[in-house]
Design a protein around this ligand. Structure first.
Ligand code: GLY
Length: 382
């Protein structure tokens, strides 16, 4: 085993031990960010009260980590807990109040089906996908984030990572309607959210009467013209998957532009500040979740990029990110989290230097998918 392989193997073992410990401590609660090393919890029974900036969109990620732990260890206790928690979030399959259905149901129910092949997960994922479809607005060609379906023209780069639910259901059912909405949403995002230099806007409000852009701005980034690093990560991963499923060349070009922006503007150790354009850099906070999301997205991109040279570049990058995260960003036992230095929301001053459950999830997903550095016959695909 070479040095990099040892780093990845140790990191995965460490993540698994933390998941096991958290599982005992958390019971039926869902962790979303750490405060002073302890998980803040979302009780699923309160989800209907959700407000925009809280953690209820995050409750699928902890389940996803349990599934990954089960996949790697085959230990049934992870599977049992994942089933239990899936039951708790299942009622949300019918809610189209917000666009977060992919964040909620992909790591829990889609990954759950892929691992267990239990039809229950597929049925629920299908219903959740229908709820997400109902947020699609034909006038603007996009899924709106929240608010009244007839009145809200609010769209966000984040939604690109709710599309995996639709791509997955399309793959499983062959029903074109899921593909069409995912494709149109990605095309609209490509048209309006990407700047000349490959950076991304966070939020766009459309005029529902004319279908025209009313305003481009940010809710979580430094300012309207800055590039919020997690949004860039959502875009990279979202367009990598859009290309994987639709094989639309423009999506491939787009994800390449986004990835190149990340690579050109990240730190020498491949992590990023919370916003690429914060004027306080280097005296500001980082967001490790942006790096973890990007790493996981680039693993998928490297698998579908037809150009060999570019594919190699995209394959190398996740290893570099994972190596940095594994060596310098893992928590010790004073924190319940795994990956430190994530920024949930600097603008609203929520958990600005914390462990974030989705940072933990994508870090682990990238470790598992990239097979923590093993090549050749030992390599297996997630
Ligand atoms: N809404 C997703 C995020 O805060 O990144």
């Amino acid at each position: 085993m070479n040095t990099a392989e040892k780093v990845y193997k140790q990191a995965l073992d460490y993540a698994l031990s933390k998941i096991e410990k958290n599982m005992e401590e958390l019971n039926d609660s869902f962790p979303f960010v750490t405060v002073n090393g302890k998980w803040e919890l979302c009780k699923e029974e309160d989800w209907d009260l959700e407000i925009f900036s809280d953690g209820y969109w995050c409750n699928g990620f902890w389940i996803g980590m349990l599934w990954l732990a089960y996949k790697v260890t085959k230990n049934n206790k992870f599977k049992r807990k994942a089933y239990e928690l899936c039951k708790l979030i299942e009622p949300r399959k019918n809610s189209n109040k917000i666009h977060d259905l992919g964040f909620l149901f992909y790591p829990s129910f889609c990954v759950g089906y892929d691992i267990t092949k239990d039809g229950y997960f597929k049925r629920v994922a299908l219903t959740a996908a229908d709820s997400l479809l109902s947020r699609f607005n034909d006038e603007i060609g996009a899924i709106t984030v929240s608010g009244d379906l007839q009145e809200s023209g609010l769209t966000a780069i984040d939604t690109m990572m709710n599309l995996p639910l639709l791509w997955w259901v399309y793959e499983k059912t062959g029903n074109q309607k899921y593909y069409d909405v995912a494709y149109k949403h990605a095309a609209t995002t490509m048209q309006h959210f990407i700047r000349e230099d490959g950076s991304t806007y966070h939020v766009i409000e459309f005029d529902l009467d004319t279908g025209q852009v009313k305003r481009k701005y940010t809710l979580q980034g430094y300012n309207d013209e800055s590039c919020w690093s997690r949004g860039q990560g959502w875009g990279i991963y979202g367009f990598a998957l859009a290309y994987k499923y639709a094989k639309e060349k423009e999506f491939l070009i787009t994800v390449g532009r986004l990835a190149n922006y990340y690579i050109a503007n990240c730190l020498p150790n491949y992590v990023t500040y919370w916003d690429f354009n914060d004027p306080e850099i280097p005296n500001t906070i980082k967001d490790s979740s942006a790096a973890a999301i990007t790493a996981s997205g680039l693993v998928d991109l490297s698998n579908v990029e037809p150009d060999k040279t570019r594919a190699e570049k995209y394959e190398e990058m996740p290893y570099k990110i994972l190596e940095t995260l594994s060596k310098n960003y893992l928590a010790d036992n004073s924190s319940q989290g795994i990956l430190l230095h994530g920024c949930f929301d600097k603008t609203n001053n929520i958990a600005t230097d914390s462990s974030l459950i989705f940072g933990n999830y994508y870090y682990m997903e990238a470790l598992v998918k990239s097979n923590f550095g093993f090549k050749g016959k030992d390599r297996w695909r997630y």
